[in-house]
Design a protein around this ligand. Sequence first.
Ligand code: NAD
Length: 345
Amino acid sequence: MAARKPRGAIPATLIPGDGIGPEICEAVVHVLEALKAPFAWDRQLGGMAAIQATGDPAPKALLDSITKNHLALKGPLTTPVGGGFRSINVRLRETFGLYANLRPVRSLIPGGRYEDIDLVLFRENLEGLYVAWEHYVAIGDDPRAVGVSTGINTRAGSRRIAEAAFEYAVRHGRKKVTIVHKANVLKALTGVFLEAAREVAKKYEKKVACDERIVDACAMQLVLNPWQFDVIVTTNLFGDILSDQMAGLVGGLGMAPGANLGEGAAIFEAVHGSAPDIAGKGVANPLALLLASGLMLEHVGKEKLALRLREVIDVVLNRDKVRTRDLGGKATTRQFAEALVKRLT
Ligand code: NAD
């Protein structure tokens, strides 16, 4: 499946995913070609699409490809609710040790509900309740009378994600990191995280300010006054929820990219899921995945291309006023991609 690799090309795995995944992936690849981004794609199936083709949601060919390339762009993957196979997103993060989930949100269109949003969330990506150590307890004739889940946060894992957040803050000239927890109630589970993050914060105290919030208060303050935040670091589940909320500040899930980062590999994706309600209609916003490809360009040292991509997105959204339906426009996925390509060529 590997495409022929032109000179200087950077091999990367491309997982179109399912639902709206293939539509937005096609649009993104089209735009990246026009940008002359140097990726040599190795297309691989994952999730529902892989089950249909091979019976396995995470086929060996997919895992081998990421092992070889250490780099992937991934469309969303559907996970069955309440039963069925375990999330392939979670499995990929675990398999490749992708402990840091970087989720930046930035206002791209002026005149929205909130202006000038520029926030970054670091979510611990391997621990917490997402370890999914779960079981049911039967009572009487109800085999699922009680659901039990055990969450795990380690000092080492908490320290590692805090380091990632503070290092990012230093490298990107950010002023403050906010540690978000629920250590007032989950004293062990998120207490360990808070303790470890405080230790890391001490190390950086001359370079970056630090404060703390309990997660529920943080959620409310993000709505009332999001500008008080800069970089947020938190545990797995809280990070998942808060990053969707933050996407809402800048126009919705169509605008929020993410990067799953580890020592040996990096997988870039949109924050959103497979959007089954609009899949196949050609109306999905490809921007979140496109912005994720911008993070991927920065990751491989192609900052100029990433900058050019952001400039062109700005021109198309704000000068040409070409926008998809979720942003109040009328453009289809393909029309939006074409508008970007036109500006790039
Ligand atoms: P979702 O993010 O797929 O959709 C939520 C809402 O946002 C829907 O109304 C959808 O139409 C809209 N939306 C999402 N992306 C959009 C886009 N690019 N353009 C326009 N509108 C967009 O969340 P869901 O419906 O709760 O989840 C669907 C499936 O996706 C589930 O199986 C879930 O497990 C999976 N999921 C996967 C990932 C991932 O692959 N990283 C992330 C989240 C959810």
